[in-house]
Design a protein around this ligand. Structure first.
Ligand code: CAA
Ligand code: FAD
Length: 379
């Protein structure tokens, strides 16, 4: 087994690192403080090919593998997890879902704009009363012959106000339970579709999270993705890959905090020596480095499974479960290594600590990842 990255992988990694340093780092603290969406930066991500990395070039994508995507997600998340969640949703939920399951017309119509960043996508599964228990969809998509009539509310939607293309999961045949659910493309501006106020969040504050309201929203039948009743399966199998994206985001948050803590520990002196010479600090750094390497291996394993067309629901869930814990643990220790300076904004680690928490919640909480993993190992 060769653990070496290819030249192409290294080039993607370097391009993402450069982009994060030059375009995302300036202003990241201000965007977090004022909950400002990284609009210009996301536009540039589109121009550089970071928004449709794995999509076939014939739809405007980069035609890259999932390993490249993990590497880019890690680099961008080291600096700005608000920007990287936009990237993750657009790449691995919206573009991937459309490319894998959409009709040729849908792909031609939506993917070129989504891969280039001219438009951004959103993935709308969660509801006020259906988060982990995702089959309990209350949003309805009534079959009206040539169109669907959508009614209901979606909650916590990333890119809620910045997106133009929304993949909406809704119930058409309640008596069929999850087999009656559909996935439907809804365009921004469709009459009856309203965007609720922005959530005021603990972390990833630059990302815009909104509830969405659907009031007799009329959508043509050709906007349904896949066969009638395929919507829940669509959501679950899309999330399998989405979880690799969020695992890589968590990995990036952890490695960003570790790099800052390592540097700071060599600069800061206490008791006449750099604090990196105190064994208590050395052991923290050793734990961080070990956990981060293990998290990276799990992310790359899941990506390699996906690229090789092996099942990746378990490896993706394991990567997300583990990397999100590593993100939490590492950022807390990075703040500790910074002492009082870690508690103020200009040292970045407090933001990374706040950003880390969401990786244990969205795209399936850690408890849900354990359900996914245990079902796989017990079956
Ligand atoms: N991959 C493919 N199919 C899957 C699947 C998976 N990982 N998990 C379930 N399914 C399929 C099952 O095979 C089953 O299909 P059949 O009936 O045809 O066999 C169907 O889905 C129903 O499965 P279950 O009976 O297992 O359903 P359940 O009610 O017990 O719950 C669950 C399954 C795993 C808990 C699921 O509800 C779940 O994943 N919940 C978490 C929801 C989630 O991750 N939300 C994320 C929202 S998006 C987001 O958060 C984006 C962001 O932040 C940026
Ligand atoms: P609940 O499901 O109510 O869970 C509450 C607690 O109970 C959790 O700890 C959970 O793990 C635990 N729990 C629930 N069921 C079980 C069980 N069976 N066994 C053990 N423990 C259990 N959703 C989207 O569709 N699209 C998005 O773009 C999106 N972006 C988001 C962005 C942010 C910032 C946030 C906060 C959320 C986002 N979400 C999005 C929603 C997210 O996926 C849900 O919050 C998540 O799935 C959990 O659902 P819930 O909040 O309803 O919690």
């Amino acid at each position: 087994m060769d653990f070496k990255l290819t030249e192409e992988h290294l080039a993607v990694q370097e391009a993402a690192r450069d982009f994060a340093q030059t375009e995302l780092l300036p202003g990241v603290i201000e965007r977090d403080e004022h909950q400002k969406f990284p609009e210009e930066q996301v536009k540039k991500m589109g121009e550089l090919g970071f928004l449709g990395m794995m999509v076939d070039p014939k739809y405007g994508g980069g035609g890259m593998d999932t390993v490249s995507y993990v590497l880019a997600m890690e680099e961008i998340s080291k600096i700005d997890a608000s920007a990287s969640v936009v990237m993750s949703v657009n790449n691995s939920l919206v573009c991937w879902g459309l490319e894998k399951y959409g009709s040729e017309e849908q792909k031609m119509k939506y993917l070129p704009d989504l891969t280039s960043g001219r438009k951004i996508g959103a993935f709308c599964l969660s509801e006020p009363e259906a988060g982990s228990d995702a089959t309990m969809q209350r949003t309805t998509a009534e079959d009206m012959g040539d169109h669907y009539l959508i009614n209901g509310t979606k909650n916590w939607i990333t890119n809620g106000s910045s997106a133009s293309v929304y993949l909406v999961i809704a119930q058409t045949n309640p008596e069929l339970r999850h087999k009656g659910i559909n996935a439907i493309i809804v365009e921004r501006g469709t009459p009856g579709f309203e965007i609720g106020p922005k959530e005021n969040k603990l972390g990833i504050r630059g990302s815009d999270t909104h509830s969405l309201m659907f009031n007799d929203v009329k959508v043509p039948k050709e906007n349904r993705i896949g066969e009638d009743g395929f919507g829940f399966k669509f959501a679950m199998s899309t999330l399998n890959g989405g979880r690799i994206g969020i695992a890589s985001q968590a990995l990036g948050i952890a490695s960003g905090a570790y790099e800052l803590a390592l540097k700071y520990s060599k600069e800061r002196k206490a008791f006449g020596v750099p604090i990196s010479q105190h064994q208590a600090i050395q052991f923290k750094l050793a734990d961080m480095a070990t956990n981060i390497d293990a998290a990276r291996l799990l992310c790359l394993q899941a990506a390699a499974d996906k690229d090789a067309h092996r099942d990746y629901s378990k490896s993706g869930a394991m990567a997300k479960l583990f990397a999100s814990k590593v993100a939490m643990d590492t950022t807390v220790e990075a703040v500790q290594i910074h002492g009082g300076y870690g508690f103020v904004k200009e040292y970045h680690v407090e933001r990374l600590m706040r950003d880390a928490k969401i990786t244990q919640i969205y795209e399936g909480t850690s408890e849900i990842q354990k359900i996914v993993i245990s079902r796989e190992i017990l079956k």
